[in-house]
Design a protein around this ligand. Structure first.
Ligand code: RFL
Ligand code: PHB
Length: 415
């Protein structure tokens, strides 16, 4: 097989890259180790930034999101048993949307397959070779046969545990931080306790209320990083949520059937550079953040926007300036995402090493964020997503027939 861009991994990064390249007239083949069904059922991120809402719309994969996503104007912070609203719309004129990562994956899979793919699921023993030459290769086994794809470029979109980053490990420097806690996440069939997400600071540990629809909720509870989810009975989960959520939400807390339970360890990680030869890393394969700032998938989309633009420049004009600056361009935004995710995490979690001074400092910080316009604006600006305007403008210029849809208009028209 031969293609222009070989993409390893069919998560949000790999699928969106393949879609953007297709729109630019560039061929790609996506290779994925898991089955399509597994990828479409994997419960992960929920929150997308304003510019990602615009990206899905501008590239023609936003139809289901417009119908099914929940568009929020802000979030709530909870401390000292009280709720504080951070109104993004008022502060920075942007919002966010809740639309499950697996729904985005479903939409992108369907679109890529309708546009001719190819997406190769259930590949085994994937390896990348010759990235320092002009024709890198991806080797793998598929349906029992050995396969090889010769490409101009390889995009490593295979997540934190993939093979792309280790394959250039010797030229990379890793920067990381592990946190002494994890999140127990659940999905349940129950009514939401609020119309926005609640980030709750509590002496028993952090809790997050999120949602997927008007009858499906997603909650997270701070726990040990190696916590056994099996030790959390449904009753224990509901009672712990009741203890950590503020009174207003506690009163509205409705139990329901828990359909999913899992523990995620928390870590910050960045590798530099994100490219070597003709291999370009994008998304979780190059960096991960603790989920407190809801940045991981959003950063993955930002990387592939930069990469697709660089590849488009290369194929249009044979110029490599954007390819050469790929890593530096992405890292600037990534470190902003890292800083924000770390900041939210340290402000909201209970650290076992913390003393009374540390806890009072956290409360003072929450008080400042909730009550100073300057501080809440900084949270709103980062949470709803730093601008990607230049990329979206380019994209709209390239696809003039597609209307630029403003999601807040949609939200109001849906009411
Ligand atoms: P993914 O999603 O891990 O996809 C990588 C794909 O590569 C495949 N793969 C391989 N394929 C071929 N060959 C190999 N050798 C391979 N090895 C692996 C995998 O099967 C997979 O299909 O990486 P990608 O595309 O970079 O996307 C990143 C996001 O998944 C991640 O950042 C988010 O889930 C993070 N995240 C959140 N991000 C947000 O923007 N907003 C959120 O609200 C948010 N909430 C979350 C989150 C992550 C969480 N967990 C579980 C870590 C909440 C949680 C609890
Ligand atoms: C989610 O809905 O899964 C979610 C929302 C916000 C976060 C993390 C996860 O910060």
């Amino acid at each position: 097989m031969r293609t222009q861009v070989g993409i390893v991994g069919a998560g949000p990064a790999g699928l969106m890259l393949s879609h953007l390249l297709h729109l630019a007239g560039i061929d790609s083949i996506v290779i994925e180790t898991r089955s399509r069904q597994y990828c479409e059922a994997r419960v992960r991120a929920g929150l997308i930034e304003q510019w990602v809402i615009n990206l899905l719309n501008a590239t023609g994969v936003g139809a289901r999101m417009r119908k099914e996503a929940l568009f929020h104007d802000g979030i709530k912070l909870s401390f000292n048993d009280e709720l504080h609203h951070i109104d993004f719309r008022k502060l920075v004129r942007r919002g966010v949307a809740i639309y499950g990562q697996q729904e985005i994956v479903k939409d992108l899979n369907a679109r890529r397959l309708a546009d001719g793919g190819p997406l190769l699921f259930e590949a085994e023993a994937v390896t990348i070779e010759d990235i320092e030459g002009t024709q890198p290769k991806i080797h793998f086994r598929h349906r029992g046969a050995s396969q090889m794809i010769a490409c101009d470029f390889v995009a490593g979109c295979d997540g934190f545990h993939g093979i792309s980053r280790p394959s250039i490990g010797k030229v990379l420097t890793g920067f990381d931080r592990e946190y002494p806690f994890g999140w127990l996440g659940i999905l349940a069939n129950a009514k939401p306790v609020d119309d926005e997400l609640i980030y709750a600071y509590h002496e028993r540990g952090f809790a997050l209320f999120s949602v997927r629809s008007d009858h499906v909720v997603r909650y997270y509870l701070q726990c040990a990083p190696d916590e056994d989810a099996g030790k959390w009975s449904d009753d224990r989960i509901w009672s712990e949520l009741g203890a950590r959520l503020p009174e207003k939400a506690r009163k509205r807390l409705k139990t329901g059937k828990i359909t999913e339970k899992g523990v995620t360890a928390m870590r910050s990680f960045v590798c530099e550079p994100m490219q070597h030869g003709r291999l370009f890393l994008a998304g979780d394969s190059a960096h991960i953040v603790p989920p407190t700032g809801a940045k991981g998938m959003n950063l993955a989309f930002a990387d592939v926007c930069v990469l697709s633009q660089a590849l488009t420049q290369y194929y249009k004009s044979k110029r490599e300036t954007l390819l050469k600056s790929y890593s530096a361009t992405c890292l600037r935004r990534i470190w902003q995402g890292q800083r924000f995710s770390w900041w939210m995490t340290q402000m909201l979690h209970r650290f076992s090493s913390a003393n009374d001074f540390d806890m009072r400092r956290q409360l003072a910080e929450l008080d400042y964020v909730a009550n100073s316009e300057a501080a809440s604006k900084a949270l709103a600006e980062n949470y709803s997503g730093l601008p990607m305007d230049r990329f979206l403008t380019e994209l709209r210029k390239a696809a003039p027939k597609r209307p630029a849809i403003r999601p807040w208009r949609i939200r109001h028209s849906l009411k």
